[in-house]
Design a protein around this ligand. Structure first.
Ligand SMILES: *Cc1c(COP(=O)(O)O)cnc(C)c1O
Length: 424
């Protein structure tokens, strides 16, 4: 494929935008190549600025569960657009979307709209601290909750309980209240509560880890966290920014039957426009200003275009055949794995609903330490060859492939045909 136009745009972009991109992973540095600039997208296909065409498995990193430029979503946004784009005063569409979300997610009585997943988790943390009167938060090693300072902590020198800033610019004082534990390790969670239980405001977890590649919860893990949080008076926060409306219309909480105290949302809920949200039991959410004393605000929060896109998306998803898509994706993934195995590659896969990750390792993956053992060099070669053959994958070994309702069997077959031509 010829990427000349993308190359030119990227060179220009690097002069006025740090690293040429507005979010780091887009730059494709993990796979040592330049990004493809996108001109448009429709359904399961995405079109590059170079006149190229790809089958898209990024799905804008999660939002596009219906596929790109879905007609009903498009119409709803155009309709809203004609009425003005922002008022700074409440609208009916905010009420409708809030009702829709609370109806779908069993643990949410009330919800507050924000503009991104990052804002949702930052605000949920503030609320959890206010509600409990405690300061510490526990997060998962390799879990991602947006780029809020408190979440950008790394495990220091192998010691899970000692956090260091995950990036320059985050003070030690900000992450000293962030405790880290490995995913799927209930013993580690018990230990951290035994040691710090009096100070822990919240346990943040992606119910299905999606930002270390996809890693599913082992049986009893989420339930165990629920019991621990209840025992120690900490709030259990499910970060459902990816899993909300994807692993089921009722989110991971509905699917696994474990109820968090607070839920953070994003991605799908905005139907491709910038939206985040956090919700939970009324007794907690009533603490948010102006109902209560915990300040949180936003000039563009509940934006009418974003609400229209979100509402149209949920209206369709409410009736969508999640089970059917899950089955189709599972058989596709199994075939893809067997094609790769037939080339002598070690492959583990994780799959749920319309998301999956292939890990190039022969050991099962249950947490970040397992994931890190997977080969990034095999992934890089896989990524580059697939892209050359018109298959658009996340440019990192530790991301989740997002399939949409728009993906056809023809898309899956073409992807498998491409995989058959891979050389390692
Ligand atoms: C994407 C993501 C976020 C951050 O959302 P943004 O809209 O990118 O700020 C938070 N949590 C999880 C689990 C995510 O996948």
């Amino acid at each position: 494929m010829n990427f000349e136009k993308s190359k030119q745009l990227f060179e220009r972009a690097c002069k006025t935008i740090p690293g040429g991109v507005n979010s780091p992973v887009r730059a494709c540095r993990n796979v040592h190549c330049d990004p493809v600039f996108i001109a448009s997208a429709k359904g399961s296909h995405i079109f590059g600025a170079d006149g190229t065409e790809f089958i898209d498995f990024i799905g804008s990193w999660g939002p596009m569960l219906l596929g790109h430029a879905h007609e009903e979503v498009e119409e709803a946004v155009i309709e809203a657009l004609k009425k003005g784009t922002s008022y700074g005063a409440p609208t009916e569409s905010e009420v409708l979307l809030a009702e829709k979300v609370c109806e779908a997610l069993p643990s949410c009585d009330m919800v507050r709209m924000v503009n991104s997943g990052t804002e949702a988790t930052m605000s949920a943390l503030r609320l959890a601290r206010a509600v409990t009167g405690k300061n510490k938060l526990v997060k998962i090693i390799g879990g991602y909750h947006g780029h809020g300072d408190a979440f950008l902590a790394s495990a220091g020198s192998g010691l899970a309980t000692f956090s260091i800033p995950g990036t320059p610019g985050v003070p030690q004082s900000t992450v000293q209240d962030t405790l880290l534990v490995p995913y799927n390790d209930l013993e580690a969670a018990k230990e951290i509560f035994a040691k710090h239980g009096d100070d822990i405001a919240a346990f943040f977890v992606e119910p299905c880890a999606g930002n270390m590649g996809l890693v599913l919860p082992v049986a009893g893990y989420l339930q165990g966290l629920r019991e621990l949080c209840t025992k120690y008076g900490a709030l259990l926060v499910f970060d459902e920014v990816i899993t909300g409306f994807r692993v089921s219309y009722q989110g991971a909480q509905g699917r696994f039957g474990v109820m968090p105290d607070l839920t953070t949302m994003g991605k799908i809920i905005g139907g491709g426009l910038p939206v985040g949200a956090y919700g939970g039991k009324a007794e907690y959410m009533q603490r948010i200003a102006p109902a209560g004393d915990v300040y949180q605000a936003g000039t563009l929060s509940g934006n009418p275009l974003a609400m229209a896109a979100g509402l149209a998306t949920l209206n369709i998803l409410e009736k969508a055949d999640y089970a059917g898509l899950e089955q189709r994706v599972l058989s596709f993934v199994k075939e893809l794995v067997s094609v790769l195995e037939s080339k002598g590659l070690p492959v583990q896969y994780q799959h749920i609903a319309s998301m999956f990750t292939l890990f190039f390792t022969d050991k099962p993956v249950h947490n970040f330490a397992d994931v890190e053992k997977a080969s990034t060099s095999i992934f890089e070669s896989y990524y580059k060859q697939m892209r050359e053959m018109g298959i658009f994958l996340s440019p990192s070994a530790f991301e989740t492939a997002m399939v949409s309702f728009a993906h056809t069997d023809d898309d899956f077959n073409k992807t498998l045909d491409a995989a058959k031509k891979l050389k390692f």
